[in-house]
Design a protein. Structure first.
Length: 368
């Protein structure tokens, strides 16, 4: 595919927009971008006086070098699968849900507390109610910015960032005040076996949560591609004024999209509380909600692409720990590599978004 402008030979606006589209070209560009990011990372590692060969050997082995390594990668990818999907779904409606971190926290606390209160029910019902509680809590924290956006025009980036702090401090307060397990640590009571997500690989923390995440991707992809709700959400995302002219209730679809996004982020907390930690611990997340934004940006417009994007970041995290432990590589260098991956992969999509917005602004100005 020729990416050069016919007259100047330079990379044109249309070329960048083609790279930003989903499909094989997008996947191929992402693969090249990851390779370039790792190449620059190798230069940085070598310049810092460390062995590049040893560093990347431990990176690969730590992520894929055995059953335990693969299990660790899956465990670290699972919350990113949910938060990435949550942000990516909001993108479909033209919304930027920066509040997945807070929605994850409220979902985790709800899933850690509700099964304990339902101890008399059969295990399958306790687990189901725990998952529904987590999704419901996340949806409630998605409803607020969605409603404020639809009715008052409040920008969802600002409101979701503020609600992240509300969720983090609220869950910490509730644990300390009402749900604290007796002992020196602020945490909830350990969930009994009947209230946990089943373990898929014995001796690891790989739980049913990863299967639920993949099913959530499949379900929401069907909703987006093959339902009236999905069509109208995409229409609002593409052009809310045209969607409203065509009979779509923009306010309702905006609120619904944010609630669905929040529910999925809440399930990330459920998977952690019921499948990994088996309780709620304040400040347990290392930034799953924010890393989910990077996952969604890399995935682009394809919800299915959230899965490999989440695995990529899960592998970088699990492999990065191995690099730090066995090769003595500072974790900061691995964080720089992750940043380079985001920069290289997201650049065409961001550039395409920029050009489209400039183009639409110019057209609007011309009409005015």
């Amino acid at each position: 595919m020729d990416l050069s402008d016919d007259t100047s030979g330079k990379l044109s606006k249309k070329s960048i927009e083609r790279l930003a589209r989903p499909g094989f070209s997008r996947f191929a560009y992402s693969a090249v971008a990851v390779f370039l990011a790792l190449l620059i990372g190798a230069i940085l590692i070598g310049a810092s006086g460390y062995s590049v060969k040893e560093a990347y050997y431990n990176l690969f082995m730590g992520a894929f070098g055995g059953v335990y390594s693969l299990a660790t990668t899956v465990v670290m990818s699972t919350p990113l699968l949910f938060t990435g999907l949550a942000v990516a779904f909001a993108f479909q409606c033209g919304l930027f849900n920066v509040g997945a971190e807070g929605q994850l926290y409220v979902g985790a606390l709800a899933s850690a507390v509700v099964p304990l209160a339902l101890g008399g029910l059969p295990p399958v019902l306790r687990v189901t109610m725990g998952l529904l509680a987590g999704a419901g809590a996340g949806a409630a924290f998605g409803f607020v910015p969605g409603y404020l956006k639809a009715k008052l025009g409040a920008h969802e980036v600002i409101t979701t960032i503020m609600l992240n702090y509300v969720a983090t401090f609220l869950t910490t307060f509730l644990v300390k005040t009402y749900f604290r397990d007796p002992g020196p640590v602020d945490q909830t009571v350990l969930l009994p076996l009947g209230s946990r997500l089943p373990e898929l690989i014995p001796g690891t923390r790989v739980s049913l949560g990863v299967i639920i995440g993949v099913l959530a991707v499949a379900l929401l992809n069907q909703v987006i591609r093959r339902s009236v709700l999905g069509y109208e959400i995409q229409a609002v995302g593409k052009n809310p004024h045209a969607a409203e002219y065509g009979g779509v209730n923009v306010s309702t679809r905006t609120v619904q999209a944010m609630m669905i996004s929040g529910a999925v982020a809440g399930l990330a907390g459920s998977a952690e509380a019921m499948g990994t930690l088996y309780r709620f611990i304040p400040y347990f997340s290392p930034g799953y909600g924010f890393t989910g934004i990077a996952v969604a940006v890399i995935a682009g417009e394809s919800l299915w692409a959230v899965i490999p994007a989440a695995i990529l970041f899960g592998a970088l995290q699990s492999g990065g720990q191995s690099m730090q432990l066995f090769a003595g590589i500072p974790m900061e260098l691995m964080t720089m590599v992750q940043g380079l991956v985001i920069l290289f992969v997201a650049a065409p999509a961001l550039a395409g978004m920029f050009f489209r917005r400039r183009s639409s602004s110019g057209e609007g100005g011309g009409r005015a």
